[in-house]
Structures are given as structure tokens and as C-alpha cells.
Design a binder for this molecule. Structure first.
Ligand SMILES: O=C(O)CCc1cccc(O)c1
Length: 553
């Protein structure tokens, strides 16, 4: 039985799963054992990073202070890009199969729809715009994938209580049920969440803006036929002067976020007797007036948009919520954290193998700080629109909403959350600027676009890019120009995967997305970002772009 069938058959209760603490021989070593990478935090980011490293044949120790997965559904919206990363990590199919796929969003003012948006209006992508999936499933599927990898050593109930920075390693003190022990890590990756103990232990902080508003998450189990779409209400009749967000999750669970206002009492709002009337009011305004429901999970949250000044401190690298934080609107938290892991893993592997200087890790910090700024900017704008902070802002917001129901131009100003898309790493030091003219979105720094390609794994382009852990070159077309490009790649004598994509009807989408002509060649990093492209590459140009993408230039 495969893993998917096994979990379906056994109906694992991931929320209540407990992982055994195991005493490790490192705990009895007379001097601290040394490991290439120690990752702190077995959430989605730490698990993704550790799996990626182990798949790249880098031994990795993953420490978690607890012995369980996340409780409550928490992050629920996982973006196309995250699914593509999970595909590379060997568990995208499970996430996509269990998750609820969606791409349509509807925005309402009071009880009337003012507009709708489609997050993936084009065909020809393997993965949907989003799946909704409870965080404990995501962590559970990742933990099961982790358990398949012999080089990945997860140590549950191992709490980091000390970090000392040295020239060539970090010395980590860990508390366990059997007492403390120490490890040396060539590199320490802190994926330990917004309250990161590693960040505190090295005397760093995240700074930014705290938003004065409170939201209630009510996860409700009920059999209703709302569609698998994102519904956002401004000032609905059933919850006046506030906003409400509705999402479908697997297992007949619905996420409802009710804006409460800053003066709400978080403890009182979490009580079922206060949540139930809110849910009933929403249902009363829908076709499912008398639907029965049970409360699955509730939480009252506030949020902040913040980040660390830099994501690299000597031998310590920060990823996910330990490095940056955003509001839930736009689902940019967990998704950007998994993209941090995606960016960091291949770079750590290249540095540890001696294929790249440690400056490559500075590029991790620069690229992901840039992405964090983009996420924070988007999140801040959404939050300012959803929860206006002054009378003037509210007047502007309400005028935009009124106009949007009648005039298309005003719809672009409505901001109920701009949903997570991967950052294009414009200006990254690893990118080679274009020397040939190109149209379209596949600029150096962009994440590759998917398309159906017959020669690719499973018939999808994204499944072949970086699948073997290496850089990938795409060569378009057949005939003399494509042969010359292939010869240049061969002469460059680099460890590259090469994929030839014919310019025929079956590959029209790939050709269009990559603005391809015969001989057009793209060089893609192991994390599937474009780092260079040419109409007719030379071996020297390919070698230079590859060196630059490894931080050597
Ligand atoms: O649709 C959105 O903008 C995000 C939905 C979401 C994600 C995570 C938590 C949460 O309460 C809502």
C-alpha cells in the first residue's frame, strides 16, 4: 500500500498524533557532535527545508521542542507555487489530492456581490491556483515524507535553549527529557516561528507595524453547498460594520474569519456561546438557513507586519515566521516561508559541497528579504483597506466599494487581500541581465511557468525543472538553431539537466509563456527560478551565468 492509500485507510488523526522522544547517541558524546545542518522547528518551513536538504544528500538534524504537529487548522491556503515545491519534495500529489482546489474569489458589499476575480484564468498548469488544507495535514504529509529519508534525523521534544556563534559553526544547547546536550552545526536554520527562540537567543528581533484589530477564526464542521471559492464580505448585513471571510476546507470544515474590532474581548469571543450566534447569522443570510454545525476550532488573533533586519546572522539563517510576519489576508505567511526553504536548501547544499562560496548564503538573505518586503507591502495595503485607521481612510474605502459595484475602474482599488504569488527576484545578484530582446513574464528572477511538455516528467514542465537537484537548461525548437544552442550547453561542460522542447502545436503554451523561438535557451536554478536566457547562447555565456548564479561573480 502506498503512503496515500495508507493514510486514507488508517484515517490518521494528525492533530492528536504524538511522536516519540528518542534518546540519541549524540546526547552521550564526550564532545558535541558536529552536523552540516541543524534545522530548528518541524513546522511546514522546517520540514520542507530538512526534506529538501536530505533529498540533496545533505545529512540534516531537525529539532522540535514539542512532540506533535500543529493543533487547529491554522494556515489553510496553500498556493500553486507551494504545491510545485511540495511536488519537488515528493508530496505535492498528496496535498493536491486531499486539499480543496479553488481559484475564484467573490467580494460582497453588504449582501450584494461587487466583483469576482479568477486567480488562474488560463489553462495548462498542473497545479491549481490554491488548495485549502488544514496545516496539520500539510505537516503530517511532510513528516511522513521526512520519515522516508535516511539522511533526515528528526528529534522530537528537543528544545533549543542556547546558541553560541563561532567563526565556522554554531554551538547549540538542547534540552530534552533526559537532560541537556550540545551540537555543533556548520549551519543553523531557524524555522521556529514568530516567537523564534533562536532569534531571541542570539539577541535579534523582528520589527514592524502592529495592527490594532482583532479577528475571530471559527472553523465550523457542516454539510453546506457553498462553492469552493473565497468569499469576502465588507460590512455584511449579518455582521454589520466589520468584514467576514469564508473558505472551504477538506472534511466538511469551513473557515470563517470574523473581524471583531480592537475593543473585542478575546477570551469572551472564543466562547462557543458567542461564536454560535455569529455563525447562525451568516447561515441565516444564506440558502443554508437551518444547517447544523459543530465548532471544530476557534481562535482570536491580532497581527503584525514585521521582519528581521537581515535573515542571515553569521552561521544562523532565519526562514519563515521567525524572519518575517504578515497578516493572514493574502495567505502570504506559510507560502512565503516554504519559498524561503526552497531558496535556502539548494544554496546550503552547494556551499556544503564546496561548489559555491558562502556568499551564496548572503544571496539567500537578500532575495528573501526582498520577497518579504513585497509580501509585507501587499499585506499592509490589504489590512489598511480592510480595517481603515482613520475616518478619512474609511470614507475613501467606502466610496471605492460603492463605486466598484457599478464601475470596473474602481474594482482595482478594492483590496480584500492580494493572494500569494511568488516574488520575481528582480535585480538579484544571481541573475544575468538579458542581452537579447524578450517579451513576457519569464524575466531573470521569475519562477518558471508550468506548461504541458511531452518530454517532461508526467507531461508537466515544472516536474522536470530541478527534479534531479541540478540546474536545468530548456532549449526550444529543432533544427540548426536549437542544435547550436545544445552544442553550446555541452561545450560549457556543466552539471546541468537539459530539456528539449519542440516548437509544435502540442507545445504552443510553453512557447508562448517563454517567448520561444528556435534556439531560445533558458537557464534555471535548482529552485526553478530563471537565472539567464539567450536567443543563441555561447558556452562562455552559459558558464558565466552558471557561475554568477552560484554567487561566484
Ligand atoms: O483568503 C485569504 O486571504 C487568507 C485566508 C486565511 C489564511 C490563513 C488564516 C486565515 O484565518 C485566513
Amino acid at each position: 500500500m502506498n503512503a496515500i492509500a495508507a493514510s486514507a485507510a488508517s484515517q490518521i488523526d494528525y492533530q492528536n498524533l504524538r511522536y516519540d522522544y528518542r534518546h540519541h547517541p549524540d546526547q552521550d558524546a564526550p564532545t558535541p557532535a558536529r552536523h552540516p545542518v541543524v534545522v530548528v522547528g518541524a513546522g511546514p518551513v522546517g520540514l520542507a527545508l530538512a526534506i529538501d536538504l536530505a533529498q540533496r544528500q545533505i545529512p540534516v538534524v531537525l529539532l522540535d521542542n514539542d512532540n506533535k504537529l500543529s493543533s487547529g487548522s491554522r494556515a489553510i491556503c496553500f498556493a500553486k507555487r507551494t504545491l510545485e515545491i511540495f511536488d519537488r519534495l515528493g508530496c505535492g500529489e498528496r496535498m493536491a489530492a486531499k486539499g480543496v482546489s479553488w481559484k475564484l474569489g467573490r467580494v460582497f458589499l453588504r449582501d450584494a456581490q461587487i466583483y469576482e476575480f479568477d486567480l488562474l484564468p488560463e489553462e495548462g498548469h498542473q497545479r491549481p491556483a490554491f488548495v485549502n488544507l488544514q496545516q496539520y495535514y500539510v505537516e503530517g504529509f511532510l513528516a511522513e515524507r521526512a520519515a522516508e529519508l535516511p539522511l533526515l534525523d528528526i528529534r522530537w521534544s528537543n528544545k533549543v535553549v542556547g546558541v553560541e556563534q563561532h567563526e565556522d559553526h554554531a554551538l547549540v544547547t538542547i534540552e530534552t527529557p533526559d537532560g541537556p546536550y550540545r551540537l555543533k552545526a556548520d549551519w543553523l536554520a531557524a524555522c521556529d516561528g514568530s516567537r523564534s527562540s533562536v532569534r531571541q537567543l542570539i539577541g535579534q528581533e523582528s520589527t514592524g507595524r502592529i495592527f490594532k484589530d482583532r479577528f475571530l477564526i471559527a472553523d465550523v464542521k457542516m454539510k453546506v453547498d457553498f462553492p469552493a471559492e473565497r468569499w469576502f464580505w465588507f460590512d455584511p448585513d449579518f455582521h454589520r460594520h466589520q468584514s467576514v471571510l469564508l473558505h472551504m476546507q477538506p472534511d466538511n470544515v469551513w473557515r470563517v474569519d470574523f473581524q471583531l474590532g480592537w475593543d473585542a474581548d478575546p477570551e469572551a469571543e472564543k466562547k462557543p456561546e458567542n461564536i454560535i450566534p455569529r455563525v447562525k447569522a451568516l447561515l441565516a443570510a444564506s440558502p443554508f438557513k437551518n444547517a447544523e454545525f459543530e465548532l471544530e476550532w476557534a481562535s482570536v488573533y491580532t497581527f503584525a507586519c514585521l521582519r528581521m533586519n537581515t535573515f542571515r546572522h553569521g552561521r544562523v539563517l532565519f526562514a519563515g515566521d521567525s524572519a518575517h510576519g504578515v497578516s493572514p489576508f493574502g495567505a502570504r505567511g506559510a507560502n512565503s516561508g516554504v519559498q524561503d526553504a526552497d531558496n535556502l536548501a539548494w544554496k546550503l547544499a552547494a556551499v556544503l559541497r564546496g561548489e559555491a562560496p558562502d556568499a551564496l548564503l548572503d544571496s539567500y538573505a537578500r532575495e528573501r528579504e526582498y520577497a518579504a518586503d513585497e509580501n509585507i507591502r501587499n499585506s499592509t495595503r490589504s489590512t489598511d483597506f480592510i480595517t481603515p485607521k482613520s475616518e478619512v481612510s474609511r470614507l475613501f474605502r467606502d466610496a471605492v466599494l460603492q463605486l466598484a459595484s457599478r464601475h470596473a475602474f474602481a474594482r482595482t482599488l478594492v483590496n480584500s487581500g492580494r493572494l500569494s504569488v511568488p516574488a520575481t527576484l528582480h535585480g538579484s545578484m544571481l541573475c544575468t541581465p538579458d542581452s537579447d530582446p524578450f517579451e513576457g513574464r519569464m524575466v531573470p528572477g521569475a519562477v518558471a511557468a508550468d506548461a504541458p511538455v511531452a518530454a517532461a516528467n508526467g507531461g508537466w514542465l515544472m516536474r522536470s525543472i530541478g527534479a534531479d537537484g541540478r540546474f536545468t537548461a530548456l532549449v526550444f525548437g529543432e533544427g540548426a538553431a536549437a542544435e547550436a544552442s545544445s552544442r553550446a550547453l555541452a561545450e560549457a561542460e556543466l552539471p546541468l539537466g537539459v530539456l528539449r522542447i519542440p516548437l509544435d502545436d502540442a507545445h504552443a503554451l510553453a512557447a508562448q509563456r517563454y517567448d520561444a523561438r528556435p534556439g531560445t535557451t533558458y537557464l534555471l536554478r535548482p529552485d526553478q527560478h530563471v537565472c539567464a536566457r539567450w536567443r543563441a547562447p555561447t558556452a562562455a555565456a552559459v558558464r558565466a551565468a552558471h557561475a554568477r548564479a552560484l554567487g561566484k561573480a
